[in-house]
Design a protein around this ligand. Structure first.
Ligand code: ZN
Length: 427
């Protein structure tokens, strides 16, 4: 259903129907879900191939579960796609949301057990659920934190069989390019080197020059973006690969709009369409104004008591990577150093980061329940604290729900500050 809609959306991107659907379901992407009918032109098949190669490396982090197809999407840690219970056939109408009790925001274990095999069931119930309904999120699988990186792109995309599929010519004879009417419309011409298209690449954030690809294949173009360019070691081209793929897609859409509707879309429209399609980009630039960057000069050690009116909380997590067992502890004190409470949890964690984040989750929850207005949370998990200070609440399958909770609770505070524990430095 989603796939069919995406296809129609791509074919009719400007229809009222298409806009409604895009606003509703595909604000970020129609890229990953579209399908490739057998009647599609080879150029379309080419784009589809690229997309299909990326797809296995994209998985889902469960939010509200409304977008995730339990039987087709990769969303279960370690295994990706879960297995249906023996002797049952998967119900295609179900979404992951149907297995979540919306009242309690817990997994509906009974329902899970009637649909999934035991080992899948055990993995699914390990996925934490946020107490707030946040949208499902895509993650790039090849990195631990789900962010797209050079190395992972290189590993993952090396698998693209570019030559086999992408070197062909359009199967429509020698029909001229509908944009420039100057050359035959080969795939590299249509998507990269046509003077009109070339300008789009140049005006995009990539500032790409396409001249040297005139007699190359689209495969060369893709490889250029996938490979680490040894001559430009600090030019991280593969970071841009998803944008490149989306821009190819958008250029292809605009070509179809030109042919089928005789409408020549402005370059800015095409670029905007590509930007909207980028699948998995964390929204780390949205800094929450409630997060004050605590000045480490004023808080030089955990032993310093909280300033008046402030509650100071120290957290720490520990984790054994072999046994996967971990613990998180918290200590809460008021501004006069008085001990308020301490708590510890002990559980199986998937990472040290999870142990740290769960400790912070506990204290923010507790602080909110206690109506503390100004809270300083101090720990030694540098990466986690820096992430929170930046207002970035996207995590992995095991931490995302906790981070989303923390995000939803922060507006209750006048100030909530995350500080890195630092040993007192004697100058
Ligand atoms: Zn052309």
């Amino acid at each position: 259903m989603i796939a069919r809609n995406a296809w129609r959306l791509v074919e009719e991107p400007d229809s009222i129907w298409g806009r409604v659907l895009k606003g509703k379901y595909f604000r970020n992407s129609d890229f990953i879900y579209s399908k490739c009918p057998t009647s599609a032109s080879w150029a379309w098949k080419c784009l589809h191939t690229i997309k299909e190669k990326i797809k296995p490396f994209i998985s889902w982090i469960v939010g509200d579960g409304k977008f995730i197809d339990p039987w087709c999407d990769r969303w279960v840690p370690d295994i990706g796609v879960p297995l249906p219970k023996e002797n049952t056939s998967p119900d295609p109408n179900l979404k992951v949301a149907d297995f979540i009790d919306q009242e309690s925001r817990m997994w509906n274990r009974r329902k899970l057990q009637t649909h999934f095999d035991q080992s899948s069931f055990e993995k699914i119930v390990r996925i934490p659920l946020s107490s707030t309904n946040t949208p499902d999120r895509r993650a790039w699988d090849l990195t631990r934190d789900g962010r797209f990186t050079t190395k992972s792109a290189y590993v993952g995309l090396n698998a693209i069989p570019v030559r086999a599929i992408l070197n062909q010519r359009m199967n429509v004879g020698d029909i001229l390019c509908p944009r420039c009417h100057l050359e035959a419309e080969t795939i590299i011409h249509a998507l990269v080197t046509c003077p009109h298209v070339s300008r789009i690449w140049f005006l995009s954030r990539l500032n790409a020059h396409t001249d040297q690809f005139k007699d190359k294949s689209i495969g060369d173009w893709l490889r250029y973006w996938c490979d680490l360019n040894p001559l430009n070691a600090n030019l991280d081209l593969s970071q841009e690969f998803l944008f490149v793929a989306c821009l190819l897609w958008a250029i292809w859409n605009s070509r179809n709009t030109l042919i089928h509707k005789n409408h020549n879309e402005p370059m800015q429209t095409i670029l905007a369409q590509a930007s909207r399609m980028i699948p998995t980009v964390s929204n780390s630039c949205a800094t929450n104004s409630r997060f004050r960057n605590a000045n480490s000069d004023t808080h030089t050690s955990t032993t310093s008591p909280p300033t008046t009116g402030w509650i100071k909380i120290n957290t720490d997590g520990a984790w054994n990577p072999i046994s996967k067992e971990g613990g998180s502890g918290v200590v809460v004190r008021d501004s006069t150093r008085n001990f308020i409470f301490a708590a510890a949890i002990y559980d199986m964690f998937s990472s040290a980061e999870e142990a740290e984040i769960r400790a912070i989750w506990i204290v923010v929850k507790k602080a909110k329940e206690q109506n503390y207005r100004n809270v300083e949370i101090e720990g030694d998990a540098k990466a986690v604290l820096e992430q929170l200070r930046k207002g970035d609440f996207n995590g992995t399958w095991s931490t995302d729900a906790f981070l989303k909770d923390i995000k939803s609770w922060t507006p209750y505070f006048e100030n909530i500050v995350f500080t890195l524990f630092q040993e007192l430095v004697t100058l």
